[in-house]
Design a protein around this ligand. Structure first.
Ligand code: GLU
Length: 311
């Protein structure tokens, strides 16, 4: 952003009433590895958005899938955030301690007909898709053909799925990406709420927690944008409000995919927090800062100009 634009925008903002008296945002890392340049972008974006709205910023540790989480990683992530000056406004919430709430939500979905048990193995799904002459996959996942929608037909229940409504194109606004739409039934299918191993799915846990924590705004990486429609469907089925969404630019790894441990992401070097923050800020379109003491405050002011107005 050019300095003159920034000054103009700042002057304009000073004249407008801040429309954000009630704002609760969150950063929701999965403790599968330390924060890296990519995850810091999401952390910084959500923190800046909360501060730009005079709101609260919460950290939620998404450790529901114990097979993927590393012990002690939550503490490392919290230390990395603290080294960058990002502190949760409330004690962090741990998904691993909230299974009873996810079960209650699932029970409500079952009672209202939105959730149904599924007895299909991956092989059953492959065979059903072949028999039907279609084999549609999405991100490597087979689109469920709906075999158990009408009942288990003697099979034991393995998982629980969300019953999508056919031909229901969902529309929503993303604060950075603009108008979005997805036909969940066609593009995703009846998605999993509780897996065969008893683990609650990310989609259900995240919607229950965003609702329980009163999250008004979600700012996270664009790799997660594709989950939004499923989350809105779940919010509606559970009578929860839909937050505003903002999906940030992604940091790409050497192979052109989202930066991750698998494609060479290094853990943040918290001995040089300003360097790490400057790198994340650049991805978000913010200017470089040289004074650690007021870098975050400068970015909050810039953020207001860049993102505080709906597209
Ligand atoms: N736990 C998810 C992740 O680390 C983020 C979930 C979210 O922000 O909705 O990718």
């Amino acid at each position: 952003m050019a300095i003159q634009d920034f000054m103009d925008c700042h002057a304009q903002l000073a004249m407008t009433v801040n429309n954000a008296s009630h704002y609760i945002g969150r950063f929701a890392p999965s403790p599968t590895g330390p924060l890296h340049a990519g995850s810091l972008v999401a952390a910084l974006a959500s923190w800046l958005d909360a501060r730009a709205h005079d709101g609260q910023w919460l950290v939620r540790i998404e450790d529901i899938d114990s097979t993927r989480c590393l012990s002690g990683m939550d503490q490392i992530i919290l230390q990395q955030l603290a080294a960058c000056g990002l502190h949760s406004d409330q004690p962090p919430l741990y998904q691993s301690r909230r299974s009873a709430l996810y079960q209650q939500a699932l029970d409500r979905l079952i009672a209202s007909g939105y959730a149904y048990p599924c007895g299909c193995s991956r092989r059953d799904i492959e065979l059903a898709l072949q028999r039907g002459g279609r084999s549609r996959a999405r991100h490597g996942e087979l689109i469920y053909p709906g075999t158990c929608r009408a009942g288990l037909q003697g099979k034991p229940a393995r998982a629980w799925r969300f019953r999508t409504q056919a031909e229901s194109l969902l529309h929503w606004q993303d604060r950075r990406l603009g108008a979005q739409s997805q036909d969940v039934a066609y593009e995703v299918g009846d998605f999993i709420l509780k897996r065969a191993d008893g683990c609650f799915a990310y989609q259900l846990a995240v919607v229950v927690d965003d609702g329980a924590q009163g999250i008004t705004d979600v700012a996270r990486g664009a790799d997660l944008a594709d989950n939004t429609a499923r989350q809105i469907l779940l919010q509606r089925a559970l009578h929860l409000p839909t937050p505003r969404y903002l999906h940030t630019t992604l940091v790409l790894g050497a192979n052109g995919e989202k930066l991750s441990k698998q494609n060479g992401a290094q853990a943040l070097d918290t001995r040089h927090p300003l360097a790490a923050l400057n790198q994340a800020a650049a991805v978000l379109g913010l200017t470089q800062q040289h004074e650690p003491a007021d870098a975050l405050a400068h970015w909050v002011a810039q953020w207001k100009c860049l993102y505080n107005h709906a597209p």
